[in-house]
Design a protein around this ligand. Sequence first.
Ligand SMILES: [Zn+2]
Length: 237
Amino acid sequence: MWICSASLMKTRTNRFAYIVLFLLLSISGTAQKKSVYTGLEAYLQTQNLVNVNKLDPTIKFDLKYATTDNFTKTILYDSLFNIYLHPIAAKKLVNAQKNLKKINPGYSLLVYDAVRPLSVQRKMYKVVQNTKYAPYVANPSRTGLHNYGMAVDLTICDKDGKPLDMGTPFDYFGAAAGINKETELVEKGILTNQQVKNRQLLRKVMVDAGFITIRGEWWHFNAVSLAEAKKSYKVIE
Ligand SMILES: [Zn+2]
């Protein structure tokens, strides 16, 4: 009887020790998680968005607005180190990468921009006022699909991470960035056949994954229509 009580006590003590250990590990885990994300990324973590890099780590990215290497020459994304999209757009992007890898395993999608919260749109709008770029930046009162995490700007890169030649850089403001008159642009010598082929490959893998193209920018793709987003989804503030 004494032996039984002693072993029972020992089991209880062990159980208690395990519970304490579990609680300590949980607390330290939470603390670690909190310290990983700061600034904009910490905010995006609290929204209904997916970290695309966790779904598919092979998708490459170079978030231009997180650096000064963009047309505003200003860092618009403070502390953002991953691609965030609405779950619907994220799933489509992963499928687009699969489509691309089937065609050329050495190639990868290279994302320049994904979700763009309204606060950033406001910042961008403010920065370009009184510059030549003012007409190209949407007024934050008119929401776009980037604000829902439903649009992505991207290109294709080779196995060394070098972007394919698409004829113009990302965020080029001019007719050559458009996709509707490419034959004409080749005839005029503004684009080459190879540049158009590269764009067609990007469009093929994206459209096959369910994305919608827009006329004016070869790099921009929508996961749903703006009407659908406005009806069913929420803007990321
Ligand atoms: Zn875009």
